[in-house]
Ligand binder design. Sequence first.
Ligand code: DAU
Length: 303
Amino acid sequence: MTYAGNPDNLKDIEENKNYEFVKGDVCDKNVVKSAMKGCDMVLNFAAETHVDRSIGTPEDFINTDVFGTYVLLEAARNFKIKKFIQISTDEVYGSIETGSFEETDVLNPSSPYAASKAAADLLVNSYFVTYGVPTLITRSSNNFGYYQYPEKLIPLFITNIIKSKKVPLYGDGLNIRDWIYVLDNCDAIDFILHNGILGEIYNIGAGNEKTNIKITKTILTELGKDESSIEYVKDRVGHDRRYALNCQKLNKLGWKPKFKFEEALKETIDWYKENKGWWEKIKSGDYLEYYKKHYKERHGMKG
Ligand code: DAU
């Protein structure tokens, strides 16, 4: 339950009989021990994930992403958990000018965030090799969809435009990301959970490479605005130019994405239009404080 944790995101499953919420820190061995007791599988989604924040405060990332993963692995080892899935990211490979990364490629992370995830991946693999903990690692490309915290490109830009604010585009706007709709990502993780070979790593992507300017223009058009809403700001330090994944390993195992990028983006925009109550609360609270303190300074914005 850090700044991005939000009980509102879990309302629709609150009544499920097979659901239980335990509030605790993944770095707290006792909490993890009592939460994991009696479980057969562990999926580790817990992470600090935002690159810009990791540039400001790397320590949170080392604690949660590296030490937290270690605590979970130790508990999984002791409880003889049947499957441990580590949710990782394409950012561990770093930037690539042409072509795409395969699971066996060298790790070359650029930000403290990406480095913390790469470290966790290595730790997970070591628990498979050394202790025989039955692990799997998934490396996904950029997610988008509903309930995404409005600090990431797509929800930040949608919510800014709805509020008639400008959108801060870093550098020349030509960085490329490979986008996957969150429902496809979750479906792929579930598929790997059931069909993946233990000890293996699987890239998850949907083959939607887009420049940031292209995404921005699509959002502006959908919301009836023009390019005067774009504010070109100072580039992110260490900004990776392009991410691209080779997902043949997962495709050969039998998984394919189901959603079309353009339709999923429209659905996402509609969701933010219809669920202002969810994000207005966030944008007026902690996030705004963070935005004021760190973001404007770093990007040389005035006002
Ligand atoms: O690739 C997977 C990763 O995608 C995940 O592991 C990370 O947790 C997630 O945060 C995301 O990382 P990115 O840095 O690619 O996502 P973000 O939404 O922060 O930025 C996407 C692109 O848009 C990137 O090139 C930076 C740019 N950008 C982002 C923001 C927030 C802007 O131009 N302006 C912005 O205000």
